[in-house]
Structure formats: C-alpha cells, structure tokens
Design a binder for this molecule. Structure first.
Ligand code: ATP
Ligand code: MG
Length: 561
C-alpha cells in the first residue's frame, strides 16, 4: 500500500516558514527588504511586545495593484525575477518569492497597499487563509501588519528567547538595514517609544552617529577605492572605540548586509596593530560589484553569499584598512577621558582609564586634521623602572619603554620586509643553526622562499647568507617564524608574513620593562619613535605613550575648575 502523500500548500508553507522566519527580527528584515525593493524613501517600523503581539512596517514605495496584493502571498510568486538567467544578476534584496507566504503561514497578516493614482486595497490572511479583502484608505505605499506571530506553531513560539534577546536581535537588524541604506529614512518604535531613527540624507557621519551614538564618528577614517571593478568604501571608526565583540563589523554587498567570516577577519587583521587583544573595531565596508560576480542564492535568509574571488577581496580589504589607518596619524591618548553626560552639563571626570568604550571629548586645541607626530619632549625621570616620564608645555607624558621599543622595531622590520630580497649579507664562515629534523624538512621544501627573503643555506643547512636588515642575533627567531608559518600554511602570504614576522621579532628583541636605560638610549628611543608612522601604539595595539595635560593636572589640584 502506498503511503507517500503530496503535502497541501498550507503545510508546505509552514515547513518552509521555519527557514525564512525564525524570530520577530527576521519578519522585520523581510518586510523592510520588500519596502526597499519597492523603492521606498521612508520606512517606519513599529513593534509591540518584542514583535510577538504585532509588527507594523509602513513604506511610501510603489505599492501593489489588486491582483498582486493577493499573489504576493503565494509561495514562489515574485515580481523580481522571471527566468533562470535573472538568477545570475540579482539587483533586488528579495527574489525567492516566499517571504510573505512564509510569514502569513505562521501569523495573521493585514496588508494595505495603494499605487499612485489608484484605489487602496486591503487583504488579510490568517495562517495562509484569506479571511478578508476590501478597499482601504492610505497614502501611496504599503503597510504590512503582522499579528500573533507563531500563533499556530507552538513549538516555535516556545523557542523564542528572552525579551532581551529578541529586542537585541530587532535592534541589530534595524541597524544593518539602516547602515546599508543611507538614502532611506528609517525609524524604529518599540511599545510606542521611539528607539532609533535615521535621516536618509546619504551622510554616513550622521548615519553612524544615529546608529552607534553621538560623536562616534570623531576620528573616523574613510577610504574609497575601486579594485577590479569592485568599488569598496570603508568607514573605519577610531580604534580607540574598542568593542569586546565582533558584531559591529558590518559588510555590505550591493546594499545587502552579509555574514562572511573571512571578510570580517580581514577587517580585524587590517586593524590589528591598533587594537588590543580581544578587542574589535566598529567598521563598515560597503562593496558594489556586478551582481554576476556573486551568488546570493545560498540560504533562504540570504545572509550568506558566495563570491567569485573571496581571497582577493579579503586581501584588499585588509590592506586598504592598514593603509588608511596608517595614513591617519592618531593622537596621543589622554590619560583622562571625559564623557559628556548631556549637552548642558560640564565635562565629567571618568577616572584614570584608557582604552575603554569612552568617547574622547573634542579638545579645542586639537584640530581634527592636525598631523601630530610625537612632540618635543624633555626627559624628567623614570617611574617604576619601566615608564619614562617627559614633559613639555602641554603636560606630562608617560612612555612605556617596552611598548615604544616594540613599535620602533616593528616599523623597522615591516619596512625592511616590504622589499625582502634586496640584499644579502654573505657570511665568511657558514653558521650552523640548531635545527630539528622537522625544521630541516620545512627548509628543504621551501628553500626558494627562504632564499627570496635573503636566507641562504648550504648543503648542510648551515647559513651562508642572511638578509642585510637582520641583526645576527635575530636570525634564529626569523627562521623560526618563517618556518612555522610555512609548516602551518604551506605557503608564504607576504602581507601576513610581514606583519607577523615584524611583530614577533620586534616583541622578542625589544627592550624589556624594568631594564634601566642610560640617557643615550632614552634619547634614541624618543628620536626613533618620532620617525615612526604610528608612534602611539605598539604593534599589538597597546599605547606607547599617554599624556596628562597641564589642564588635567591643574584640575586634579583644584587650581582650575
Ligand atoms: N512593501 C511592498 N511594496 C510593494 N510590493 C511588495 C511589498 N511587499 C511585497 N511586495 C510584492 O510582493 C511580492 C512577494 O513578496 P515576498 O517578500 O514574498 O517575495 P520576494 O520579495 O519577491 O522574494 P523573497 O522571498 O526573497 O523576499 C514581491 O515580489 C513584491 O512584488
Ligand atoms: Mg521579499
């Protein structure tokens, strides 16, 4: 007896709904994406009880006619693609024709819509059933109201997390949609309270401040470059605004927010020498490319996309961020951060801390674009055997001698490694190294790579030549770093090698904390640090020097208020 039966469309829709809408935030995403595809310039979102009671999305887009307003609820019904070839160049956010079918399978949906110069229409679906159709009065555009989400799928209903988690997910989706569309005015109300809004003026400074908080874009670095017909624009917030989570790194492709591990890692790597371990930046990367270069049809929620050349993209993102941040000379961090409580109140002291998520107040003497290398400093003394103290007319400076030495050595090596095969220093006597069997295996396999960096071995694996920029005492370390990279990755990624070799060598060989230095050595540190492109952080992102301004000191002694 045969037992297989064709599902009816209602059941099929409910099953498919699980993939597209798993929580209130994903309903919001689908509805807003439809509004964006309908060319709306104003989109408002109103949510009651974290979306479980109702979600209303209102837009001023093109609207639908009578038959489309019904067809829209059918599974696999879409106005956005027509045939197979359209799948290769998708210009809209939606194309699968399933979002409204899925949402209406698991909730009660009221759709009201009106096209320019037409009558308004209202249709209502409860769990995929049409329960009402009629006319409606509204402005041009569409209003979709979703009530009692998951009322007929108790298992899903139970799965919904805490209010807090749903609220966070809704705000998160809102942020990405708004950041992806600087030309659209968005607003989000939750339980009748305005939570966030943007102005749709195409101004990223304004937009980012609206989303992340005022003054966040102070010291923001912006880059724009076109590589192989892909336009990339980066909005890099100051490394001083460090987060403990990666979530605030957003990647957009053709206006679509995507999740891509490699590209996010590229952003983190680009920021690397400016960030402390375990801290992540806030950054947006917008890419515009021919839609045929990517496949968005990977997952129903469309967060994943496949690129034709992901490695190339991640390489460029990392390098562009590095270059952009290096070009911008950052300022010496102030020992005392001030935050503003509100517009009227005077500055508030926030205790002596550095590198927390505080917004540094605009200091009137520091003009934003002032290229500020290390100023002239007079040596005052040493504190705790590690911190060199200096002063000048602006205040008191504390320099971490180890961090400073690391920065100096890092830039020296990073620079030398840019042109690795320039010259080789030949050794009169071959020098034997302490090599294990594994080391020898790696070296013999990658002899050419080693040679291109200036490490020349003879047949006994003794060294007969070394790179001219490398000190004799650092040879073992250099070979070890290169060897372990080759053993691990089987190839040399020049960008990564430069960075990691420079970091490794610079850290291990740098002047240690607690080593006492003579005046000549101290003068040399200051002189060398002045030559650095980025003198203010060590290669691991910690500060090399901190300033306590004259004003701060006077305030501490209550000479000024
Ligand atoms: N806010 C809106 N304004 C105008 N038309 C809309 C709106 N929302 C939906 N539509 C119409 O309804 C159709 C179905 O929407 P639905 O979201 O179900 O599918 P889609 O957007 O085509 O694809 P996807 O499932 O990938 O989102 C759309 O193709 C569009 O024509
Ligand atoms: Mg859609």
């Amino acid at each position: 007896m045969s037992i297989i039966k064709q599902m009816d469309s209602k059941l099929a829709n409910m099953i498919a709904a699980g993939e597209v809408v798993d929580r209130p935030a994903s309903v919001i995403k689908e509805l807003v994406e439809n509004s964006i595809d309908a060319k709306a310039s104003i989109i408002s979102i109103e949510v009651m009880d974290m979306g479980m009671q109702s979600i209303i999305v209102t837009d001023n887009g093109e609207g639908m006619d009578f038959s489309d307003a019904h067809l829209a609820f059918n599974r696999h019904a879409t106005s956005k693609i027509k045939d197979e070839s359209d799948l290769n160049h998708i210009y809209t956010l939606g194309f699968r024709g399933e979002a409204l079918a899925a949402i209406s399978a698991v909730s009660k949906v009221i759709l009201r819509t009106r096209q320019e110069n037409q009558e308004g229409i209202q249709v209502e679906y409860h769990g995929s059933h049409l329960v009402y159709e009629g006319s409606a009065t509204l402005n041009k555009g569409t209003v979709v109201e979703v009530k009692e989400l998951f009322f007929n799928t108790p298992a899903r209903f139970k799965y919904i997390k805490s209010d807090y988690a749903e609220r966070a997910a809704i705000i998160d989706i809102f942020d990405r949609l708004a950041l992806a569309n600087p030309d659209i005015r968005f607003s989000l109300k939750m339980d009748d309270k305005m939570v966030k809004e943007t102005y749709g003026t195409n101004d990223f400074y304004n937009l980012i401040d609206q989303i992340y908080g005022s003054k966040m874009t102070k010291d923001m670095t912006v880059f724009e470059e076109t590589v192989q017909k892909i336009k990339m624009t980066g909005y890099l917030l100051s490394p001083q605004i460090a987060r403990s989570r990666k979530k605030d790194i957003s990647i957009f492709v053709n206006g679509r927010y995507i999740k891509n591990y490699r590209l996010i890692q590229a952003v983190i790597d680009g920021y690397h020498s400016y960030m402390m371990v375990g801290k992540y930046p806030i950054a947006l990367i917008h890419m515009e490319m021919d839609p045929s270069l990517l496949d968005v049809n990977v997952h129903p929620q469309k967060y994943e996309v496949k690129f034709v050349n992901e490695s190339m993209l991640s390489y460029h993102i990392e390098t562009m961020i590095k270059d952009a941040l290096n070009k911008k000379v950052h300022q010496i961090p102030e020992a005392i951060n001030r935050i503003r409580k509100d517009q009227d109140e005077k500055y508030v002291y926030q205790s002596l801390q550095f590198g927390e998520e505080l917004i540094q107040e605009n200091n009137e003497d520091n003009k934003d674009n002032d290229i500020q290398k290390l100023p002239d400093l007079d040596f005052v003394g040493v504190f705790s055997g590690t911190y060199l103290l200096f002063q000048n007319e602006d205040g008191l400076y504390m320099m971490d001698q180890h961090a400073a030495a690391e920065r100096i050595r890092y830039e020296h090596y990073y620079h030398s490694l840019a042109n690795p095969n320039q010259s080789v220093k030949n050794l009169l006597m071959p020098r034997s190294l302490d090599l294990t069997k594994e080391d020898i295996e790696v070296i013999s396999k990658h002899m050419k790579s080693f040679e291109s960096y200036g490490f020349i071995f003879d047949e006994n694996y003794d060294l007969t030549g070394l790179p001219i920029w490398m000190l004799d005492t650092e040879v073992d370390l250099g070979i070890e770093t290169m060897g372990s990279m080759l053993a691990e990755k089987n190839k040399i990624d020049l960008a990564v090698l430069r960075d990691s070799l420079a970091k490794d060598i610079s850290c291990k060989g740098a002047i240690k904390a607690n080593k006492s230095l003579n005046q000549n050595e101290i003068n040399k540190i200051v002189k060398d640090l002045k030559q650095c492109k980025n003198p203010y952080t060590c290669p691991h992102g910690r500060p090399t020097i901190i300033k306590l301004s004259h004003y701060d000191v006077e305030r501490m002694f209550k000479r000024v208020v």
